[in-house]
Ligand binder design. Structure first.
Ligand code: PA5
Length: 428
């Protein structure tokens, strides 16, 4: 189970303020559970864990098996919540280097508007067996719509059975993807109306790409359902503690929450977290700005700023108790050398232990540099613990949004750039 460790918070927050935030977090938790807060009708992501649709999970697993048998490549087309969750889970749970992988390569498109990227992608997939999963709740987002038109044309020109290679994941009824699908007969998965994009990773939005990548979606789902049960009660609830601490620090004037990971496999998870918190909290001129860092890589870049720059940061470390694949610093004398690199003091120590020392030292140093920090520990990087972490942060951000007095489930601000862009593009 997840563990929240916050010894480097206490010196920064007055206990009375912390008690007030904790009480407010319990009240926010009640609003979430009872669906009585703003956007309460968009909390279907909790219901689908409480009452799992096992037939749907099996259907997705079956479609994924078919794609795994037939495809070299799955192109997932989507942006924001229709993309980041799948990328996060696949990156966390797939081998770092593909080698002779037996599962299709999962590639992404429609998550920006770079023509160079799309051109290179279509060149890369030449001669390979390609399937496509186009994912858009609204069915009218420009980035995936353009990518889908280009990729669809490629498929139609290269495969007689193009329509059987396209799977649509969208709203039950609305949007252009439903129109297209009605004419071309694509297979379709539904994004429930009461689940918003950034909360949709455990719907077909995330589950199909993840299953194609060979990841056990039942275990992923189960991990999230376990966390739903664990976090159902307001007492001893680490998601509420996380939300309360963030709120207390925001009120003290901090403005950034830096999520730092020490395993590169979790960087994509950090990007998913970044969207979840950014889109849920950043409204009405409030919220902590979420930013993700990969350590120790970034300790050699933004680490300087974190240690000594403007004091506006708190930090959330996302750590793993057991990383598996043990690797230790080898003995040098075996090859005849004599401690020429000065590393003999580390001989026999595991990389995991060294990485852990780096976290411990960083957490201490950042606290000494006036960056309050806490650590969320995952037991391991497995489908179950990633599922737990997904639900943990979804619950925490909902409570956190209510503490800020905003609706955590809408995103009115993302329309502004679209309006300006469409004006310039002459959209009728
Ligand atoms: O979280 C959200 O709601 C957004 O990030 C959406 O997922 C994103 O804008 C894509 O929207 P759609 O799935 O409608 O194409």
């Amino acid at each position: 189970m997840l563990r929240l460790h916050y010894e480097h918070i206490s010196p920064f927050v007055d206990p009375a303020a912390m008690d007030r935030e904790a009480a407010a977090a319990r009240e926010a938790h009640r609003l979430l559970i009872e669906k009585s807060g703003p956007g309460g009708d968009a909390t279907g992501w909790r219901d689908l864990l409480a009452r799992p649709d096992y037939a749907l999970l099996e259907d997705i697993a079956e479609t994924a098996r078919h794609i795994r048998n037939e495809a070299d490549i799955l192109i997932c087309i989507g942006i924001g919540g229709s993309y980041l969750g799948a990328e996060a889970v696949i990156q966390a749970l797939s081998p770092t280097f593909r080698g002779h992988a037996e599962t299709p390569e999962v590639l992404f498109a429609g998550h920006h508007m770079s023509g160079a990227y799309l051109h290179d992608l279509l060149e890369y997939v030449q001669g390979k067996s390609v399937f496509v999963n186009v994912i858009s709740k609204s069915g009218r987002t420009l980035e995936p719509a353009i990518a889908f038109r280009c990729v669809r044309q490629y498929l139609e020109q290269n495969f007689d059975d193009a329509n059987k290679r396209i799977i649509v994941t969208t709203d039950p009824k609305k949007g252009a993807l439903n129109t297209l699908r009605a004419i071309r007969g694509y297979k379709k998965y539904v994004i429930p109306e009461n689940v918003g994009g950034r909360f949709s990773v455990l719907t077909p939005v995330g589950l199909l790409p993840v299953a194609v990548a060979g990841i056990d979606i039942h275990a992923l789902f189960k991990g999230a359902a376990n966390a739903l049960a664990q976090l159902a009660h307001p007492n001893d609830n680490p998601a509420l503690s996380y939300a309360a601490i963030r709120s207390a620090l925001l009120k003290q004037g901090l403005s950034i929450d830096l999520l730092s990971v020490f395993e590169p496999a979790l960087y994509g998870f950090g990007r998913w977290w970044q969207q979840l918190f950014g889109e849920s909290e950043g409204k009405n001129r409030t919220g902590l700005f979420p930013f993700v860092a990969q350590y120790s890589t970034d300790l050699h870049s933004i680490g300087q700023y974190v240690q000594e720059g403007q004091r506006s940061l708190m930090e959330t470390f996302l750590m793993v108790e057991q990383t598996g694949h043990a690797l230790s610093v080898p003995e040098e004398s075996a090859s005849g050398a004599e401690n020429l690199d000065g590393l003999d003091y580390l001989t026999g120590r595991s990389l995991q232990a060294i990485n852990r020392a780096a976290w411990e030292g960083t957490a201490r140093a950042h606290a000494d540099g006036d960056v309050p920090n806490l650590t969320l520990w995952l037991e391991e990087i497995s489908p179950t613990s990633i599922g737990e972490a997904i639900y943990f942060f979804e619950h925490a951000v909902s409570v956190s949004g209510y503490l800020l007095g905003v609706n955590p489930f809408d995103q009115p601000g993302v329309e502004a750039y679209k309006k300006e862009m469409f004006k310039r593009l002459g959209k009728p």
